[in-house]
Design a protein. Structure first.
Length: 486
């Protein structure tokens, strides 16, 4: 608490000094002046220390000097002089410039534009601003101003920055929110200068519930009902492998979505929206899925009984429409020219096409492997393993032991090893034996148990008012008791 208070004091003093320089027209010389002031303060501290340690004067000298310091005589008739020209007005007028709350209110009412920029790996704030059309000079002034409040070198990938612009894409301000709720911002003043701004900004969390009916496609119907695009992406990702979004829906099927959103005090919705519940009511079945992060820190979606849905392994784990150039089974090898068993499938597609993980798992081998060339092998649940050969390269930061998610890019199509052209050699293993990748390869869902199951169900009940109906189902009606006559 003390550390946070000191940080706020330092921030406010830096802002005050910045504004003083701006009024004096010395913004361009701020760093030189700060350096000079730092040197002067150091000299003053050293001088003061030397004065303190000087030998004390003799007692007689002290007595003599103290006699000169007699108590002053007060004149009861003296009156305090008040300057009439000052009146009750403050000596320093308050600033009337725009505040962050003003920008948030304007953005909430669609008077100005606001977007969330996310810092990527090896990216800087300066780079993000340049990508939004902000000139290098302007971006330098913005980052220089923000640098008074935070250390820009400590910004990490994934950090979100709110960027406020006019309808004509002119920069108006930006803001960063810490986990503790503090806000560091830079606002553009009417005179064109950039002022640092700091405040404690409360953010409220609320749940949004949307229900809709399928007209033609799920995505189009959800958009029409007002479901945000990133929530739709979360839904399709969560149910991928359980639902075929192109064929399992029919007109008049229903859906329900509950997600969490964050709103500032001034009514501005922040970019972070988190899916909490998916409900689908199709001709064949009902699906209810609740978001939950297990004790290992892995987020997933569970049914009311605490089990994740079954997932089918991707049959063609590339981000393209590949051509099957060689099937699973016996064949004449195109290079060796004799009959061998082909333990996988060859999917021909352009070089550097992204390759994705067929299911959640852990990398057990990454590197060259004989005729396979550049190769990755992944261990999955239920005894499954998948292998990817002839790759051109791997996604950065992958190594043995890396955990990957279903659909996550792991590398790129190539023609390394014994290969006649760019393609992916894809293998599926079940309990140590190869199986056809085009078979019905299903990984069972995970079941929560014990205290973790209780914790999940308690959380789910707080999300949806009908959780118990989803858990138990609709109970049959109890027939009325027939009266008996004796």
């Amino acid at each position: 608490m003390i550390k946070k208070t000191l940080q706020k004091v330092v921030q406010q003093s830096r802002i005050a000094r910045y504004k003083t320089y701006k009024k004096a027209g010395l913004i361009g010389h701020r760093k030189k002046i700060d350096t000079t002031l730092l040197l002067l303060s150091s000299v003053c501290i050293i001088t003061g220390f030397l004065v303190v340690i000087q030998p004390h004067q003799s007692k007689q000298k002290t007595d003599t000097s103290s006699s000169l310091m007699e108590e002053p005589i007060l004149n009861p008739d003296a009156q305090e002089t008040v300057h009439g020209d000052l009146g009750d007005e403050p000596v320093v007028p308050e600033e009337t410039g725009i505040t962050l709350i003003d920008l948030e209110k304007q953005a909430a009412s669609n008077e100005i534009e606001v977007q969330t920029l996310t810092l990527g790996k090896n990216e800087t704030l300066l780079y993000l601003l340049s990508q939004e059309g902000i000139t290098t000079q302007e971006a330098l002034e913005i980052t220089d101003s923000l640098g008074l409040l935070i250390d820009l070198h400590t910004m990490k990938p994934g950090e979100n920055i709110l960027l406020f612009t006019s309808k004509e894409r002119e920069f108006l301000g930006l803001a960063l929110r810490s986990k503790g709720g503090d806000v560091a911002a830079v606002l553009k003043e009417n005179d064109g200068s950039y002022t640092p701004y700091s405040q404690e900004g409360r953010v409220d969390t609320s749940l949004e519930r949307i229900q809709g009916t399928i007209e033609r496609t799920f995505t189009g119907s959800a958009q029409k009902a007002g479901v945000p695009q990133n929530i739709i992406s979360q839904i399709t990702g969560a149910l991928d492998g359980e639902i075929d979004f192109s064929s399992d829906f029919h007109p008049n099927d229903r859906f329900e979505v509950i997600y969490e959103k964050k709103v500032t005090e001034s009514g501005l919705e922040l970019g972070e929206k988190t899916l909490l519940y998916i409900g689908l009511y199709t001709r064949k079945k009902e699906i209810h899925r609740y978001a939950y992060t297990d004790r290992s820190g892995t987020p997933s979606f569970y049914d009311p009984k605490g089990q994740t849905g079954q997932k089918a392994l991707y049959k063609r784990p590339v981000k393209a429409r590949p051509r099957l150039s060689s099937p699973y089974g016996w064949r004449v090898h195109p290079i060796l020219m004799y009959k061998v068993f082909h333990s996988g499938v060859d999917l021909a597609c352009p070089k550097n096409t992204p390759i994705i993980a067929a299911a959640d798992g852990t990398i057990t081998h990454i590197g060259r492997k004989g005729a396979y060339g550049k190769y990755i092998r992944i261990k999955h649940a239920d005894g499954y393993q998948t292998a990817y050969g002839h790759m051109n390269g791997y996604r950065s930061n992958l190594k043995n032991g890396s955990h990957v998610k279903r659909g996550e890019v792991i590398g790129y199509v190539g023609s390394t090893g014994r290969s006649t052209g760019p393609h992916l050699h894809f293998e599926v293993w079940k309990n140590g034996k190869t199986v056809s990748p085009f078979g019905n390869n299903i990984i069972k869902g995970k079941q929560l148990k014990g205290f973790e199951l209780e914790q999940f169900q308690s959380q789910a009940e707080s999300v949806h008012p009908d959780f118990m109906k989803h858990l138990i189902g609709v109970l049959p009606k109890i027939p009325p008791i027939k009266p008996s006559f004796k």
